[in-house]
Design a protein around this ligand. Structure first.
Ligand code: ADE
Ligand code: ZN
Length: 338
């Protein structure tokens, strides 16, 4: 790839819309916090942790991801994790992030909801003031757990309603269709939360339809298996429903064998509102900019493709239309210089 395209990727204002904060737990920070909390890790070194990051599928990743998250115990831990991610994003010209957190991963082991949300939100607030990075917070329900457990989590979230933009659905997809969570999503929407959901990552295209029709989501997280249903693809295009695509994640979790096989470019050429995200960058080998660079290289993306992906990231965000217009104007100005 040319230096000019790499420079463009670095310079363009970007957003990240599909990012699990627990998935930014770099081994260095994991060791540091484990020591601070007197938790022992089943690894001798940072290199040994990294070497363990070879996944067969989504579940084999989730097993490690949930194990890593047990190190997080206090408000300070959640703050440090979030702050560390936001500082990285500042260096990558990321202007806005809408991040997921998985409260049940923590409350189920006795960490109070308040410790989790106050730590994360405090860092997001600091980042807005000190780094100029704006944000939204998305509470994800774990779909391998029951709808009743999700209702219980919603109850705990209500005192923090003003801090939480949307609800989402993540964890093991196969066998846990969106229909399982229809009632709790209705209750969330009635409380004023926007909705998103992971669908069409390991699960079938039918789960994307359910997420749209039953959960009334504004975006689909992943959604790459939509191509198995041409009529659905036409609908996603017509309604411009964003797909928050995560290329390096999809290769690490074996949704695609290699990055050159990824369907992002086809989806973009078809006119779908797709953009690039990192999902769980500490586990999948790269933060947002690295996802852009490796994908551009593997799929021979041109300047227009890259600009469109960055534009889509703002268009698909939950920013106000005034904020979107400002960021889009900045993108156009920078693109014109390249
Ligand atoms: N939780 C963290 N990363 C995830 C992914 N890629 N799919 C589903 N749940 C997740
Ligand atoms: Zn995800």
């Amino acid at each position: 790839m040319t230096d000019s395209l790499t420079g463009l990727i670095r310079e363009l204002p970007k957003t990240e819309l599909h990012l699990h904060i627990e998935g930014t737990f770099d081994p260095e920070l994991m060791f540091e916090i484990a020591q601070r909390n007197d938790v022992s890790l089943p690894y001798e070194s940072v290199d040994e942790i990294r070497a363990a990051y070879e996944f067969e599928n989504l579940q084999s990743f989730l097993d490690l991801y949930y194990a890593g998250a047990t190190v997080l115990q206090t408000q300070r831990d959640f703050h440090d994790l979030t702050w560390s991610y936001l500082q990285k994003m500042k260096t990558e010209n990321v202007r806005h992030v809408e991040i997921f957190f998985d409260p049940q991963t923590h409350t189920d082991r006795g960490v109070p909801f308040s410790e989790v949300v106050e730590g994360i939100y405090g860092a997001l607030n600091d980042a807005h003031g000190r780094l100029g990075v704006s944000s939204g917070l998305i509470l994800c329900f774990l779909r391998h757990l029951s709808e009743e457990a999700a209702f219980d989590t919603l109850e705990q979230a209500l005192p923090y309603k003003d801090w939480i933009t949307a609800v989402g659905l993540d964890s093991a997809e196969a066998g846990h269709p969106p229909s399982k969570f229809e009632n709790v999503f209705k209750a969330c929407r009635d409380e004023g939360f926007l909705a998103v959901a992971h669908a069409g990552e390991e699960g079938p295209a039918e789960y994307i339809r359910q997420a749209l029709d039953l959960l009334k989501v504004r975006r689909i997280d992943h959604g790459v298996r939509c191509t198995e249903d041409p009529q659905l693809v036409r609908r996603l295009k017509q309604e411009q429903i964003p797909l928050t695509v995560c290329p390096l994640s999809n290769v690490k979790l074996r949704i695609f064998d290699q990055l050159t096989d990824h369907n992002l470019k086809k989806l973009l050429d078809t006119g779908l509102c797709v953009m690039i995200n990192s999902d769980d960058p500490a586990y999948f080998g790269g933060y947002l900019q690295q996802n852009y660079i490796e994908t551009a290289e593997a799929l021979s993306l041109n300047k227009n493709d890259i600009v469109q992906l960055a534009r889509n990231s703002f268009i698909a965000s939950f920013l106000t239309s005034e904020d979107k217009q400002q960021h889009l104007a900045d993108i156009d100005r920078i693109a014109a210089r390249h």
